[in-house]
Every structure is written in structure tokens, then in C-alpha cells.
Write a protein that binds this ligand. Structure first.
Ligand SMILES: [Zn+2]
Length: 138
């Protein structure tokens, strides 16, 4: 989806970083990244692992759903093409951002973030704005 939306910054930031880095010591692993979604669902089903089986009622309206449909069609016609796309994505990601060089720090909490303000601080700021009219009890 990052490729289709042209979100180069997210492409650079979304790859696994199993080693972590000096500024961002938290390792990001994606152990199921290369496993097709259908195989993961089948494994969960066979092992009795609960999972969300109901599709979003608006999924048919999303570009993600259409992209999945197209990719699955390509995969059926050219087995391995989805894996090749993933490998290409990861290679592009590596070349866009050498590990640990360009990570930002959130201007509010000073934790590593791909944006000027991290997602946690963005959500907390939004919640605080939403609840600013509530007067706390004494
Ligand atoms: Zn933050």
C-alpha cells in the first residue's frame, strides 16, 4: 500500500529492523511477513487460535481490498510474484534509509518516531483536546 500511495517515507521506515539501532534500540521483527495471509488464517483455524474471520463491511470500498484482489490474481497467474514484490519492497526500503541514520525523535516525548510527533503523542493530544471540556471531579 505504501508503494501504491507513493509514501516513500513510510517505505523507508516500515522494514523489519531485527538488530535495532543505536538511536532506536527496539527491534522490529515481522516473523510472519513472508507468510501469505490465507496460510496464517488456515494455521490459526487448524490450531484453534481465535482470529477475526469477519471482513470489514466497507472492505470492498477500499483500495487495499482492490490491490489485494489484483495481487492475488497476479499470484495465481504467476506464482511467486507477491514474494518477489515483497523482496523488492524490502530492498528499496534498505536503500532509502540506512539503519539508524535518519530516525527522528518525537518533539513531545523524545522517543524515536518516523514523524515530528509520534503516533502515541498524536493520539494523546487528540484525546486531551476532545476531553478539554470535561471538568475533573474534586
Ligand atoms: Zn511522542
Amino acid at each position: 500500500m505504501n508503494l501504491l500511495s507513493g509514501d516513500v517515507k513510510r517505505i523507508a521506515f516500515s522494514r523489519p529492523t531485527p538488530e535495532g539501532s543505536e538511536r532506536f534500540p527496539i527491534r522490529r521483527i515481522k516473523p510472519l511477513m513472508e507468510i501469505p495471509e490465507a496460510e496464517i488464517a488456515l494455521f490459526a483455524y487448524l490450531k484453534g487460535i481465535p482470529f477475526q474471520a469477519t471482513t470489514c463491511p466497507y472492505a470492498h470500498e477500499s483500495i487495499r481490498s482492490r490491490a489485494r484482489e489484483i495481487l492475488n490474481q497476479l499470484e495465481a497467474e504467476h506464482p511467486g510474484i507477491k514474494y518477489n514484490l515483497l523482496k523488492s519492497y524490502l530492498e528499496v526500503s534498505k536503500s532509502l534509509k540506512p539503519r539508524g541514520k535518519e530516525e527522528n525523535l518525537c518533539t513531545i516525548c523524545n522517543h524515536p518516531s518516523s514523524n515530528q510527533i509520534c503516533t502515541a503523542c498524536t493520539i494523546l493530544t487528540h484525546i486531551n483536546k476532545q476531553n478539554s471540556h470535561i471538568i475533573p471531579p474534586n
